[in-house]
Design a protein around this ligand. Structure first.
Ligand SMILES: NC(=O)c1ccc[n+]([C@@H]2O[C@H](COP(=O)([O-])OP(=O)(O)OC[C@H]3O[C@@H](n4cnc5c(N)ncnc54)[C@H](OP(=O)(O)O)[C@@H]3O)[C@@H](O)[C@H]2O)c1
Length: 462
């Protein structure tokens, strides 16, 4: 009997899917004399807990009844008062719990309070199912890293696109509808930059009352096109994971521009003249970086030479000597600037800076990481800091392979269509095992049928 009511509570909990994150999915049923007198589930993040709905529905009849709840009732004041207080107050006689709270700080506390109040407590009815229901919540609360779920549509020979990068559509409409439901289930969707450029996906959850997930692109070189759907969703939920090297200190560029403006010669004749002068010079000393230029004697001299007072009252000979001197200094600086331009690629930096400004105007968020090759683990750490508890990984091949090779996938669903491409982009590549035994093992495998397509759902064995 306990299993029957717990099963009902588990099904109720599922109704909150897509709406309660980062809170857990919870269902509750109140039963008296084998009759259900109250039902409830956690409907929305920050809203009343499942037990509250079920107990309110039961009303005074709750006295002496049994409550079935999929997760240990909370014992602490959060956004709502502790559920254990309400269970005690309503006179519940027995509490059947699917699984204890995974949060080590509170685990077992709710159970103890109920027991201390003389309520009979049973833990572990359909425990595996109860834990399974909240895989996302369990992982996030214990590791602060989001649960990573792979979604992929492949041909029978394991390809996700042709060699010319065509990938629409591999699977049928029914299978694609399921993908929309997955997008509603997880808090974020992540893709690599090639997928964003090739497919220009909207990465939204197109289901009734669906909540759009956060969209995350891994784009170390900031190639994301400004006219892509990703950039133009206007909801503040698009995130670019890029290199810290793309954080540009614009002050440096400004100084550089100023120096260049001040020192740029006007004509070819001038340049040739300067070159001639420079040949005889022993003063040629190259500076290592433009901050030094700013401080350099040449730069200071040019500024000095350019003051009107300095020129006032000089005869023609003196003036022409000065002009030559100035041109000489200018040439020195031009050469240094050329070198620096090569070293720092200022034009590229300027482009990155102005693109970043455009993206910020469009409310795009950034996660900055070291270098240009990010481990999936560090990506997940940073995403987790934004309270995103789960991520649907939608490809492409590069990112999927990286996540697999680091053993970061928690679970997934691979949709398979009865097509064969021969050549094309494999859905996973880049690592090898010597023996079949060593390969990644998938567990809790489930098969679903979508007309002539199938999907394989799995957890990745850790
Ligand atoms: N059938 C399906 O379900 C499906 C789903 C998605 C995509 N696709 C197809 O897959 C193709 C794209 O796959 P793909 O393998 O070429 O590319 P991808 O995985 O979409 O993007 C790869 C690029 O993203 C960046 N990147 C990804 N992970 C990174 C990391 N951990 N650290 C640093 N940079 C990272 C790198 O950019 P840089 O090169 O700038 O360094 C890398 O070259 C498209 O044709 C698309 O249509 C099919």
């Amino acid at each position: 009997m306990d299993q029957k009511y717990m099963n009902l509570a588990l099904n109720l909990a599922l109704k909150g899917e897509g709406h309660v994150s980062p809170n857990p999915l919870v269902g509750a049923v109140v039963v008296k004399n084998n009759k259900i007198i109250g039902k409830g589930y956690h409907k929305i993040f920050g809203g009343p807990h499942a037990e509250v709905y079920a107990l309110d529905q039961a009303g005074e009849d709750a006295k002496g009844a049994t409550i079935y709840v999929t997760l240990e009732p909370c014992s602490h004041q959060g956004k709502t008062p502790p559920c254990v207080n309400k269970i005690k107050k309503m006179g519940i006689k027995k509490c059947v719990i699917g699984t204890l709270d995974p949060n080590p700080l509170v685990s077992g506390k709710g159970k103890k309070i109920l027991e201390d109040a003389g309520i009979e407590v049973v833990v572990g009815v359909l425990e595996k199912e109860a834990k399974n229901l909240n895989k996302v919540f369990f992982k996030y609360i214990q590791t602060k890293k989001p649960y990573l779920f792979l979604k992929c549509a492949i041909t029978l020979d394991g390809k996700i696109a042709t060699n010319s990068k065509d990938s629409k559509w591999i699977t049928n409409e029914l299978a694609r509808e399921k993908v929309q439901r997955l997008r509603n289930k997880y808090s974020g969707i992540m893709v690599g930059i090639n997928t964003l450029i090739n497919d220009n996906p909207r990465l939204t959850a197109r289901v009734e009352n669906g909540i759009n997930p956060f969209r995350i692109v891994i784009d170390p070189y900031l190639k994301t096109p400004l006219n892509s759907n990703f950039i133009n969703m206007d909801d503040g939920k698009s995130i670019i994971v890029t290199s810290k090297n793309n954080i540009i200190d614009y002050k440096k560029i400004e100084i550089f521009d100023k120096i260049r403006d001040l020192t740029h010669p006007d004509t070819i004749e001038e340049i040739n003249h300067i070159k001639k002068l420079e040949k005889n010079s022993k003063l040629c000393k190259l500076l290592a970086d433009f901050e030094e230029i700013n401080q350099s004697k040449e730069f200071k001299n040019i500024k000095k030479l350019n003051t009107l007072e300095r020129l006032h009252g000089l005869n023609n000979d003196e003036l022409s000597k000065l002009v030559d001197e100035e041109k000489y200094y200018r040439l020195q600086i031009i050469r240094k600037i050329d070198l620096l331009e090569k070293k720092f690629n200022f034009n590229k930096l300027k482009n990155i800076h102005s693109k970043t400004e455009e993206l910020k105007k469009k409310n795009i968020k950034f996660i900055y990481l070291d270098g240009y090759d990010f481990s999936v683990d560090e990506i997940l750490d940073e995403i987790g800091k934004l309270n995103i508890d789960s991520v649907l990984l939608e490809g492409g091949s590069f990112l999927i392979s990286k996540a697999f090779s680091e053993n970061r996938i928690d679970g997934g669903e691979i949709f398979i269509a009865p097509k064969i491409l021969g050549g094309g982009l494999p859905f996973i590549d880049g690592f090898n095992f010597k023996t079949i035994k060593e390969g990644f093992n998938l567990e809790n495998v489930k098969y679903n049928i979508f007309q002539d397509n199938i999907s394989v759902e799995f957890d990745q064995k850790k």
